[in-house]
Design a protein around this ligand. Structure first.
Ligand code: ADP
Ligand code: ZN
Length: 607
């Protein structure tokens, strides 16, 4: 292939390659610009959210340019998948790392020297191995792609000293452009990446951090397990991650789900390596669709069809929340992010923050926790709030993809109820906690009621018409909105605040309507439940079979979005199959017939 510069590849050429290799009809935002920069021989830094489609940005030029694109990627455990996925699209890719045998390494080296590889994945530690630079210099390198480039910065959340070796790239390979990528970069990190890598007149590409296919949803905790089950019921058959804040809670939730007959894995740092690896693998391969985990799980999960991420505890800051929810819907299909929280979570976050010795760090951590709380509490468009945190202004008045904008949050006038609860606090002298206040409201005949003599209070039993669960929720709502304050750590008591007194004097009080937690009917969009659902399931089964045979995760064969498109188009020929999004030439050759047969059988069955 002759070596052409960017200008020599017309837009039509690039589109054609996009279709031929990847089976896509159009570029995603910024992909074309990044591809062009590489072809033009220009350095670049691209800041793109997870799922933005960054691998295509280096894979496409890698296939067009002579020589090998060296991809620096931090996680050896992921390389095999990345290589498999690239090969499945017909690219010539290999990984070079410590997990290879000597013979395998020799084979990779040989094909590298002769320029037979489009892509070589290496870990940053490789650059510290004596002789590696020299060996690489003897090979036809086309350009470098640096994945997770924020790892080079001490300001980032994931600094890896090995990345520092990469500052030698530009000097040693003056003719190779460097394309750096990251999904998280504050301005300080961005500057660090540019200067540490020594990028030359780089092109800066900053994509929007909006993830339009994610639906953001926040609910107050009521009956956690029941809420979770109801949610999972609506998402049956889908793959998702359930985050918990501690190992113990992970174990509890996983055990609970298994008891309910659901196939749930567990993952946290306290488990033996082998067990963790097994859980992760089963999740990746769709053998175990649910994963209950601490935040230790996720870095390096690039499973594209995670359909939901549930947080059963308040995350420690919005950055983590964005990263964790970002693991849903990488394939661009709709995905759901549900956060359940209670004021108790907040107390716990603040408790941990206060343990931090360094004063500055402590104050940052506290501020972050409050920002997280504000996100959960304020009934403002979630998307707008999240993006604002990253310095981005969301332009639309209604995002159509969060509980606030779609009107899922219904408020109710709870003034009378608030007055009952507040006066129970006042009448008992503001010296007691939630349990006793609930006892008073419910007219309970408990030992403490008898000891305190509160049966004679005028508020005793005024809340009998409501459940205990309701009162727990209402008292939480009162503290959340600042009408009552919790004081004391060992024996927390409830005190009525100034704004609580205003409501006692008649100022209206509204709170989110307490929600029914029994399973609701599915709210999935039509498309997912439409007439093609049966065929879609058949196609998935075929994919599972092929994936087992090839020993790769199912998504390496086809993504869900591709199968869905296939189910709705029902191609009757290989030519027609090429119109399906995600079917390129190579996959057509490998799997086209198998999937056509499924479609044909489905058609004949008269369904
Ligand atoms: P990132 O690495 O940025 O998180 P990926 O490179 O894994 O994202 O891409 C995310 C998903 O988007 C993958 O399923 C990929 O196949 C798909 N994708 C990438 N580019 C396109 C495109 N132009 N059209 C349709 N799907 C795309
Ligand atoms: Zn919104």
């Amino acid at each position: 292939m002759e070596q052409r510069t960017g200008a020599a590849w017309s837009e039509a050429d690039l589109h054609q390659e996009l279709g031929r290799l990847f089976g896509y009809a159009a570029f995603r935002p910024h992909q074309l610009d990044i591809v062009r920069s590489v072809l033009d021989g220009r350095d670049s830094l691209s800041i793109m959210p997870t799922g933005g489609g960054k691998s295509l940005c280096f894979q496409l030029p890698a296939s067009l340019m002579r020589g090998t694109c060296v991809v620096v990627s931090p996680l050896i455990s992921l390389m095999k998948d990345q290589v498999d996925a690239a090969c499945a699209n017909g690219l010539r890719a290999a990984a070079f790392n410590s997990s290879l045998s000597a013979a395998e390494r020799a084979a990779v080296s040989a094909s590298l020297r002769t320029g037979e590889l489009d892509l070589l994945y290496v870990s940053p530690e490789r650059f510290g191995v004596p002789g590696f630079w020299e060996a690489l210099a003897a090979c036809p390198v086309s350009f470098f792609a640096i994945d997770e480039a924020h790892c080079i910065s001490q300001w980032g959340h994931d600094f890896r000293p090995d990345y520092l070796a990469l500052s030698g790239l530009v000097e040693r390979f003056p003719h190779c452009p460097v394309a750096a990528f990251t999904a998280t970069a504050t301005p300080a990190v961005e500057q660090d990446i540019l200067s540490r890598l020594g990028l030359r007149d780089p092109r800066l590409i900053r994509a929007s951090f909006d993830r339009p296919n994610l639906f953001y949803h926040v609910l107050p905790k009521e009956d956690l397990n029941a809420q979770l089950l109801a949610f999972l019921d609506r998402h049956a058959g889908e793959s998702g991650i359930i985050y918990r804040s501690t190992r113990k809670k992970v174990e509890e939730t996983a055990a609970f789900l298994r008891k309910k007959g659901l196939n749930a894995g567990a993952y946290h740092a306290g488990l033996p390596d082998a067990e963790r690896a097994r859980a992760q693998e089963a999740f990746r391969r769709d053998e175990c669709p649910l994963m209950v985990a601490t935040v230790a799980f996720g870095m390096g999960i690039d499973k594209p069809d995670v359909r939901f991420v549930v947080h059963l505890d308040l995350p420690k800051n919005l950055e983590s929340y964005y990263q964790e929810t970002g693991r849903a819907g990488r394939d661009g299909d709709p995905a759901h992010c549900l956060l359940l929280y209670s004021p108790a979570d907040m107390s716990q976050l603040l408790y941990f923050a206060r343990q931090i010795e360094d004063e500055e760090q402590r104050s940052i951590t506290e501020k972050q926790a409050y920002a997280m709380l504000e996100y959960a509490e304020r009934n403002q468009c979630r998307r707008k709030a999240l993006l604002a945190y990253f310095g981005e202004t969301y332009p639309e008045p209604n995002c159509g993809g969060c509980d606030v904008c779609t009107g899922e949050i219904a408020e109710e006038d709870y003034t009378i109820e608030a007055q009952k609860a507040l006066s129970a606090m006042v009448r008992s002298g503001c010296r007691f906690g939630r349990v006793l206040i609930m006892d008073i409201l419910m007219g309970a005949d408990s030992r403490r009621i008898r000891e305190t003599g509160f049966q004679s209070l005028p508020t005793y039993g005024v809340g009998k018409d409501r459940s205990r669960r309701f009162w727990r929720y209402l008292i939480d709502a009162l503290t959340r909105q600042g009408l009552a304050a919790v004081e004391g750590v060992d024996y927390p008591i409830l005190r009525v605040t100034e704004s609580g007194w205003e409501t006692l004097r008649g100022k209206p009080f509204h709170a989110m309507r307490i929600v029914e937690t029994r399973a609701r009917k599915s709210r999935k969009p039509e498309a997912e439940l439409g007439p093609d659902e049966a065929l879609f399931q058949l196609l998935r089964a075929e994919r599972t079979r092929l994936a087992r045979e090839a020993e790769v995760p199912p998504y390496v064969i086809f993504h869900d979005s591709t199968l869905r498109d296939m189910a709705s188009r029902k191609p009757a020929s290989l030519q027609a199959m090429l119109d399906v999004s995600g079917v390129g030439e190579r996959k057509l050759g490998l799997y086209g017939d198998a999937f056509l047969a499924v479609i044909e059988a489905y058609r004949e069955s008269g369904a």
